[in-house]
Write a protein that binds this ligand. Structure first.
Ligand code: ASP
Ligand code: MG
Length: 422
């Protein structure tokens, strides 16, 4: 008998018919003798609908008092899901009970709309499991120390599920979703993309942060920190497939690096179009300049990603960095208002039409020439690289947005990701 956490995404919970299927699948696992905790998302589209209602009344909700209400509203989506799933399970003849985050409780800080989980009390859940019940816990939500309902940020049910699995030391956390695993890249762009049987936790972390949207990045961080055995798999297989077959489908997030070393050097290609590039031209090249430019940006709570500073000519240099596209105009305004006058920079120019393409693989640690192979591949396609950044296990380039698909396809092929691994 194992303690298993299942997480079902919005699509899997999208209709009463689908919820019935989820219930049958969970019932199959429970009848096989496992203790089951289930964490569902809101029915698909529901969170958007709820937040849309709020937006009609107040287009820009940014004050804490408004953000608090957004969480009050958005959290109801999951509350409906858990109740429906519990009813469906009881209709299957199982004992089941649903809980809102505050009832468990799942304790978080008070950062409304992006709260972080601090602790989960598992006593109540354990008692139910011991009494033979399936326990269903609302994803995405928690409660702060004032008793306010909080939510964890969009896609946060993944993090709820992994956090519950970590707190309960579950044997495995299975994330059921509308794709059947983690792919070498997005199959909508590269039809030859392959599902990875395993991916290391570090690669997954990079891929999630670089734009592959299979898992919320915080859930991956959580899984890494607490070493939660995590698997991503499809909820669209027939509910009654053999449990052993189901339990080995999808993609397993692993912690063993050695095993992986034997495999492909590059595990996948990630990309995103969420960033914009900003260059401060002709700033005096002297100590403190990076701080003078980026300090005000950081103070305005704007995240900076890639940064480059050029060689100086006649004591002047150009300084470029990327920010999220949502922060693009705000950053330009801020630089023009504060930084240009203070640094005597010549001008600030921006380009929102960029994308970032990355190769990711823990094998890059032990292989040389991987980045240069990437650069050669892009050169052969005539794609100009505007910026480069690397970590131990990834190399990212910033290129013109219009070459994104070409770059991803070419790199996928160059690194043999379309070939079945040995
Ligand atoms: N329902 C929430 C959202 O749409 C949380 C989740 O689905 O993970 O973002
Ligand atoms: Mg999701």
């Amino acid at each position: 008998m194992a303690l298993i956490v299942h997480k079902y995404g919005g699509t899997s919970m999208g209709s009463t018919e689908r919820i019935r299927n989820v219930a049958k699948r969970v019932a199959k696992w429970a009848r096989a003798g496992h203790q089951m905790v289930v964490v569902p998302s809101a029915m698909s589209g529901e969170t958007n609908r709820l937040l849309g209602l709020a937006k009609e009344l107040s287009p820009a909700s940014t004050t804490t008092s408004l953000l608090r209400e957004l969480d009050m509203i958005a959290s109801t989506g999951e509350q409906v899901s858990v109740g429906l799933l519990s009813i469906a399970l009881q209709a299957e003849g199982l004992e089941a009970v649903s809980y809102a985050g505050w009832q468990v409780p799942v304790r978080t800080d008070s950062s409304f709309t992006k709260a972080r989980i601090q602790s989960i009390d598992d006593a109540r859940v354990r008692a139910d499991l011991a009494a033979g019940r399936v326990v269903i816990i609302c994803g995405f939500q928690g409660v702060d120390d004032q008793g306010n309902i909080t939510t964890l940020g969009r896609g946060g049910s993944d993090t709820s599920a992994v956090a519950v699995a970590a707190a309960m030391k579950a044997d495995e956390c299975l994330i059921y979703t509308d794709v059947d695993g983690v792919y070498t890249t997005d199959p909508r762009i590269v039809p030859e993309a392959r599902r990875l049987m395993t991916v290391s936790f570090e690669e997954m972390l990079e891929m999630a942060s670089l734009g592959s949207k299979v898992l919320q990045i915080r859930s991956v961080e959580f899984a890494g920190k607490y070493r939660v055995p995590l698997r991503v798999l499809s909820s669209f297989t027939p509910w009654d497939i053999d449990i052993a077959e189901e339990a080995s489908s999808g993609t397993l997030i692993t912690f063993e690096e050695d095993e992986k070393m034997e495999q492909a050097v590059v595990a996948g290609i990630a990309f995103n179009r969420d960033e914009a590039k900003i260059s401060v031209m002709g700033v005096p090249d002297k100590p403190g300049i990076a701080f003078q430019i980026l300090g005000p940006v950081a103070e305005a709570n704007i995240d900076i990603d890639v940064i480059i500073q050029n060689v100086s000519h006649d004591g002047k240099t150009d300084f470029s960095f990327t920010v999220h596209r949502n922060d693009y105009q705000r950053t330009l305004d801020l630089l023009n208002a504060k930084v240009v006058p203070q640094t005597a920079a010549a001008q600030v120019v921006g380009d929102p039409k960029i994308c970032k393409v990355s190769i990711v693989g823990i094998g890059m640690r032990s292989h040389v020439g991987v980045a240069s192979k990437m650069f050669r591949c892009l050169a052969e396609e005539g794609i100009n690289i505007q910026m480069i950044t690397t970590s131990e296990i990834k190399t990212s380039v910033v290129i013109d947005e219009k070459y994104m698909e070409l770059a991803v396809r070419a790199l996928h092929k160059a690194f043999d990701l379309d070939q079945p691994s040995a």
